[in-house]
Design a protein around this ligand. Structure first.
Ligand SMILES: [Zn+2]
Length: 62
């Protein structure tokens, strides 16, 4: 069986699966990093939509 690797730090999961409360992350720290990345992506998409809206307004002004 392939060893489970933490998606964030890419280290093998420590101990047996019963000791992985933060799976698929090896630790609360890696879980937090993943959440931060996810929220960062969401923010980037939201700000891009705002840019599109403001460019529409610019066209109307012309
Ligand atoms: Zn990790």
């Amino acid at each position: 069986m392939a060893k489970q690797i933490c998606e964030i730090c890419e280290k093998p999961m420590p101990g047996p699966p019963s000791e992985w409360p933060d799976f698929p992350f090896c630790s609360p720290r890696c879980r937090k990093i993943d959440l931060g990345r996810w929220l960062g992506e969401k923010y980037k998409i939201a700000s891009k939509q705002n840019e599109d809206q403001s460019s529409d307004e610019d066209l109307e002004e012309d």
